[in-house]
Design a protein around this ligand. Structure first.
Ligand code: NAP
Length: 248
């Protein structure tokens, strides 16, 4: 039997990059996966790829910006699979730019997707996990949440909020059997970072691995934190998967 047989998972941003690789990896370990994203066509392709590999998945279209959209997505995922045991808060935007050029609308969009949506997904799903006495939540933060970088303040601040929430939720839900952890990726090749081109390689040179990560490498760490069998004593951890960037 696969390590995640009988487990239902919801992956936000499952149509691209790290989320797509995570949806594939969870399904490959036997989980039933609700793949959330905005792009219906890409969503259907992910579901088809998972089915072709012998897994089970469904696409749920969701534009995430805050409480109502998050609760609606969570309820749709529960309606589809009966319950959600694993939540991966992966969908995110990572704008880069000077503070003085950032509008309030930009600010709200970043915090809406990167902070408010995970917050209310957890609010909707964690209590039921706690009542069942088990569950896992994995948040996707970033190495840039831990240091000051010009042009990355808004993004870094939103993910720093998610880092703190990871620890707070571990304290809140951990005693009820729900493990809450995060992965903190370094520069990773995805559709989202493709426009950065060689700049991504240069950023990655700061870490001992001296290369960008792949979405599959991040997904493996997410699967580890999602699997009760593999990480049963891990609560409130922020796991760097960054080629060593946080260490040097
Ligand atoms: P990506 O390739 O750009 O994919 C982003 C995903 O988020 C897509 O599936 C997209 O869905 C979804 N999404 C975007 N805006 C959304 C919205 N408003 N509502 C709902 N879904 C939305 O990104 P990635 O590089 O894989 O990054 C994934 C996560 O890892 C993000 O949280 C990011 O901050 C974090 N991260 C990435 C890196 C990196 O170098 N790649 C490094 C550190 C942390 P649709 O396309 O279907 O709309």
């Amino acid at each position: 039997m696969s390590v995640l047989s009988g487990v239902s998972a919801l992956v936000t941003g499952g149509t691209s990059g790290i989320g797509l690789a995570t949806a594939m990896a969870l399904a490959g370990r036997g989980a039933d996966v609700a793949v959330a994203g905005r792009d219906e066509k890409r969503g259907r392709q992910v579901v088809a790829a998972i089915a072709e590999a012998g897994g089970t998945a469904d696409f749920i279209a969701a534009e995430l910006h805050g409480e109502s959209s998050a609760r609606e997505l969570a309820r749709a995922a529960v309606a589809r699979f009966g319950r959600i045991d694993v939540l991966v808060n992966n969908a995110g935007v990572f704008p880069f730019g000077p503070t003085e050029q950032t509008t309030e609308a930009d600010f709200d969009a970043v915090f809406g997707l990167n902070v408010r949506a995970p917050y209310f997904l957890v609010a909707e799903l964690a209590p039921a996990m706690a009542r069942r006495g088990h569950g896992a939540i994995v948040n996707v933060t970033t190495a840039a949440a831990a240091y000051g970088a010009a042009g990355l303040g808004l993004y870094g601040a939103s993910k720093a909020a998610l880092v703190l929430l990871t620890k707070a939720w571990a304290a809140e839900y951990g005693p009820h059997g729900v493990r809450v952890n995060a992965v903190s990726p370094g520069p990773t090749r995805t559709e989202g970072t493709a426009p950065r081109g060689a700049a991504l390689d240069r950023a990655a040179m700061a870490g001992p691995a001296r290369r960008p990560g792949t979405a599959e490498e991040i997904a493996e760490a997410i699967v580890f934190l999602a699997s009760a069998e593999q990480s049963s004593f891990v609560h409130g951890a922020i796991l760097p998967v960054d080629g060593g960037r946080a260490a040097v």
